[in-house]
Design a protein around this ligand. Structure first.
Ligand SMILES: NC(=O)C1=CN([C@@H]2O[C@H](COP(=O)(O)OP(=O)(O)OC[C@H]3O[C@@H](n4cnc5c(N)ncnc54)[C@H](O)[C@@H]3O)[C@@H](O)[C@H]2O)C=CC1
Ligand SMILES: N[C@@H](CC=O)C(=O)O
Ligand code: NA
Length: 436
């Protein structure tokens, strides 16, 4: 059988990794797929392709539309990233009856509903395993391996750059900016690294996971997002004293009122496996009603780990080329006409425990004032630490862990605490999750 012809858009970290893996494992991949897979056409502004990637016989063009319009190409692999021209290229490829593989979570999170509708109309597959948690086959696990379950919730470390930064800061005392530069040099970070550190990349990924877990349309715009840029080394150390690690988590949870879809730094008890997922590794904990908890762990970023997912999608499509489009696994795991309109909850309706850190003058009655404010809002305290008073300013850090509280009530109490004369600056608040 002739090889399947792939058109490659983007030869950066993931594009080069994809070419490398396809070349190195060509023989085994052909045995798995039933036929060879060949990168036949590559978009590049250069006059020739780099050597060593198995692309010596590939055609090149500076115009990516030449690839999505080429009749020889069966699968377009979009590894440009970002909104445009990625969106137009993907839609054009689908219009031309081509299957698409993409690692672009921003594209899927924001325009997936439109893209999948068009793909269904045209009877083609848009595969996006690499878009969430890099090399971990979490999309496949949720869509296929766990499809018997009612998923109650999932929680994941789904940004490799952010986890790498938090780990290096904690273990080596390194500066945030310095570690971010290293993550960029290693090819982990997004083209705009604020997406990694402000929680936007994790927000893209969580909205995809949430749709697939609960059978709802993609709703990135309703995702609550907080990043890691406000986490200080003090918070990391105080959390450790209390028996917790701080991780940046994406949490999607089904409740009676609706679906929580939120991304933020979180204190997790150190005894939990996910609290010990470090560096660029990602992990997603999924709670299914039949299976119980399952933990999916692996490299969340990097050329070859991400290429592992891209190539697996190419193989899946190659196997499915002759299958009836009606009987393929649906893009969002549930049949397109069976998606539910369960609402995404506002953060004011979410309940969590909280870590609070504040700086207060070491005066009689300060603690009484704070506990009075919390008590008035029926917020119970789980643990408390007061650090030594600093001679320089006569202030001491006070750290509190609360029991479960409604987020709206917590925010009101924090405003009242911040208004106290003896409290200086803003109260740092980080949510605490037991993940059970
Ligand atoms: N780097 C990683 O570890 C991971 C990346 N991803 C996603 O994979 C995609 C690609 O990421 P990377 O390979 O890291 O990016 P990259 O920046 O290393 O590579 C992108 C390539 O596409 C080219 N490109 C982009 N826009 C173009 C345009 N308009 N015209 C011509 N060439 C263009 C760039 O010149 C570059 O060679 C992104 O969507 C990213 O979010 C997903 C998982 C992990
Ligand atoms: N920038 C992303 C890349 C993979 O999705 C990350 O760091 O996780
Ligand atoms: Na993945």
């Amino acid at each position: 059988m002739t090889p399947v012809k792939v058109g490659l858009l983007g030869l950066g970290t993931v594009g080069s990794g994809t070419a490398t893996v396809l070349k190195r494992n060509a023989e085994e991949i052909a045995r798995r797929a039933g036929r060879g897979i060949e990168i036949d056409f590559v978009s590049t502004s250069k006059s020739e392709l780099p050597s060593g990637l198995g692309l010596a016989n590939s055609r090149i063009s500076a115009d990516p539309f030449d690839i999505v319009n080429d009749p020889e190409i069966s699968i377009v692999v979009e590894l440009y990233g970002g909104d445009e021209p990625a969106k137009s290229l993907v839609l054009q490829a689908i219009d031309n009856g081509k299957h698409v593989v993409t690692a672009n979570k921003a594209l899927i999170a924001k325009y997936g509903n439109e893209i999948f509708a068009k793909a269904q109309e045209k009877g083609v597959i848009v595969a996006f395993e690499a878009a969430v948690a890099g090399g971990i086959p979490i999309i496949k696990s949720l869509r296929e391996g766990l499809s018997a379950n009612k998923i109650n919730w999932l929680a994941g470390i789904i940004n490799g750059t952010g986890n790498f930064i938090l780990t290096e800061m904690r273990d080596k005392g390194r500066d945030f900016e310095d570690v971010l530069k290293e993550a960029q040099a290693l090819g982990y970070a997004e083209a705009d690294p604020t997406f990694d550190v402000e929680g936007v990349d994790a927000g893209h990924k969580l909205s995809i996971l949430s749709s697939i877990a609960f059978g709802i349309p993609l709703q990135f715009e309703k995702t609550y997002m907080e990043g890691i840029s406000m986490i200080s080394r003090d918070d990391v150390n105080y959390a450790a004293e209390l028996g917790y690690n701080i991780k940046h988590l994406g949490i999607a949870r089904r409740t009676e009122k609706g679906i929580e879809q939120r991304v933020h730094p979180t204190l997790i008890p150190k005894r939990q496996l996910i609290a010990n997922v470090d560096g660029v590794m990602n992990a997603v904990l999924v709670q299914g009603d039949a299976v119980g908890p399952t933990l999916h762990y692996g490299a969340g970023a990097g050329g070859e780990p991400t290429a592992s997912a891209v190539v697996a999608d190419i193989i899946d499509i190659t196997r499915a080329l002759t299958s009836d489009p009606e009987n393929r696994v649906p893009h969002l795991a549930f049949q397109a006409d069976a998606l539910s309109d369960t609402p995404i909850l506002s953060m004011d309706d979410v309940e969590s425990a909280f870590y609070l850190r504040l700086s207060a003058l070491d005066e009689a009655g300060v603690l009484a004032n704070i506990t009075q404010i919390l008590g008035d809002s029926s917020i119970s305290i789980e643990a408390f630490i007061q650090k030594e008073t600093k001679i320089s300013d006569g202030k001491a850090d006070i750290i509190l862990l609360t029991k479960l509280v409604n987020e709206g009530d917590m925010n009101q109490a924090i405003s009242k605490i911040e208004a106290l004369d003896v409290v200086s600056g803003a109260v740092t608040r980080i949510r605490v999750e037991n993940l059970s």
